[in-house]
Ligand binder design. Structure first.
Ligand code: ADP
Ligand code: MG
Ligand code: MG
Ligand code: MG
Ligand code: MG
Length: 433
């Protein structure tokens, strides 16, 4: 049987399996199981104490069992004796309600019932820092407008090549690598695919970049805004909906080559964007990237308002090409499963209710945004975002109350922990009050 992991281990020389899952905060958790034990793990799952991760469980909960999905198997290109597996979570014989990969699978099933498949491509920006994470690793990378800097890119050739070679070997079809808009910041692009496959690859990409950066004596971070004044880490998502082999978002007769269905999907995302900001921008730090003052490069490249446009990078949604949207709100901390799940939820609501995205804006939002009268703005901090998320009937209907309650509870606890901690900024601005 092609899906029998013990047989696959023998055939491919896999000695160990990483049985992994991503928790609500996007943290990757795993157990390392020898191939000799994989048959049992494939059937019964690997056991975890859910409370020890960011899942809404207590220490009294029975084991959470992680059942690996053989379709997700990736042999580590830098250590082929190890096979990585994404797993789905069960507790007491039931699916764990707030397990992110299953949250996404439930949205996928809703789309499938309408004959639709979502395909996504992600742009996971990251910084390469020194080992302790305090500064950009490359001290010479200090030009104020460093995007596409060839010297800074090529100083990192050994690492970038190793990651890109790995993606080539894995069949992801990578096609370009560049230095991004902040000092020490890079982006590596591979081809879009089915949403679940891209989400699994997104998780693996972050793991791979961190691991190989460590091997090269650095620390990689996807943190939304690691440095004040520098452009932050975005995680743009490109999205299309397909009916079989046909891109249902494409229509040569539609505005900018987009179909009525596409504009309804967009209408849904525009309608719920503020409510879903807590998923797309999930950390305290996320709100230093969006709504941010101009960076040293001249632009933040991140949105402030709930607006869409054509091929223009100053709005929340860009239509770069016929047949797809680029959602630019997400940052590097967004959960690789919950973010596309949230987009799909909002898009399906848009389709069901034929939501109108309003008029496209072709202005430069950074310079001329202030001229707009009643433009909707994004929440300014995590607390405001969580309150919107918690109160949204559309999100509750789409995700289910358990998911919304659990996510809100755990993230609110994080917000409260942040608020109980006085910062250096406060001392500086308040000592002499
Ligand atoms: P940009 O920097 O201009 O935003 P990138 O080239 O960095 O764009 O990333 C574009 C992403 O969009 C890639 O992952 C690409 O495969 C993906 N993409 C292209 N066409 C589609 C489509 N029809 N549906 C979903 N994703 C797409
Ligand atoms: Mg134990
Ligand atoms: Mg890009
Ligand atoms: Mg980029
Ligand atoms: Mg982009």
């Amino acid at each position: 049987m092609a899906e029998d992991l013990a047989e696959i281990a023998q055939a491919r020389g896999i000695q160990y399996f990483l049985i992994s899952f991503v928790d609500l905060f996007g943290v990757l958790r795993a157990k390392l199981a020898p191939a000799a034990a994989i048959a049992g793990m494939q059937k019964n799952g690997a056991g975890f104490a859910g409370f020890a991760t960011h899942l809404d469980q207590t220490p009294a909960h029975p084991d959470t069992l992680a059942i690996p999905d053989p379709a997700s198997l990736i042999q580590l290109p830098w250590k082929p004796e190890v096979g990585w597996l994404a797993a789905d979570l069960y507790c007491d014989g039931q699916p764990v309600p707030d397990a992110p990969r299953q949250v996404l699978q439930r949205q996928i099933a809703k789309a499938r019932a309408l004959g639709l498949q979502m395909k996504t491509g992600v742009e996971c920006e990251f910084f390469l820092l020194n080992r302790d994470g305090s500064a950009v690793a490359d001290g010479a990378d200090d030009y104020p407008k460093p995007c596409y800097d060839q010297m800074a890119l090529m100083r990192r050739y050994d690492l970038i090549k190793e990651i890109c070679d790995a993606m080539l070997q894995l069949g992801w079809q990578p096609y370009q690598n560049d230095h991004e808009d902040a000092n020490g910041q890079f982006e590596m692009n591979w081809e879009y695919d089915d949403v679940l496959r891209t989400a699994d690859r997104h998780v693996f990409f972050k793991y791979m970049v961190r691991t190989l950066a460590e091997k090269h004596g650095m620390r990689a971070t996807f943190m939304p805004k690691p440095f004040n004044g520098l452009t932050g880490n975005g995680c743009h998502m490109h999205v299309s909906l397909w009916r079989g082999e046909e891109n249902a978002f494409a229509d040569p007769a539609g505005e900018l080559g987009m179909s009525t269905l596409a504009y309804q999907f967009l209408g849904g995302v525009i309608h719920s964007a503020a409510d879903l900001c807590a998923i797309f921008n999930p950390t305290v730090n996320s709100f230093k990237r969006i709504n941010a003052p101009v960076t040293t490069s001249g632009a933040t490249w991140s949105p402030n308002t709930i607006t869409y446009t054509g091929n223009n990078r100053t709005h929340m949604v860009r239509i770069p090409d016929a047949g797809r949207f680029e959602f630019r709100l997400m940052d590097g901390a967004t959960n690789p499963y919950l973010a596309p799940a949230a987009l799909l939820l909002a898009g399906l609501d848009g389709i069901a209710n034929r939501r109108d995205p309003g008029k496209r804006l072709d202005i430069n939002m950074y310079t001329d945004g202030h001229t707009l009268k009643d433009v909707r703005r994004l929440p300014l901090n995590l607390l405001d975002a969580l309150r919107l998320f918690d109160a949204s009937e559309i999100v509750r209907a789409g995700f289910g109350n358990e998911v919304v309650d659990s996510y809100t509870k755990l993230r609110l606890a994080e917000w409260n922990a942040f608020m109980s901690h006085a910062t250096a900024w406060e001392r500086h601005h308040t000592l002499d009050c």
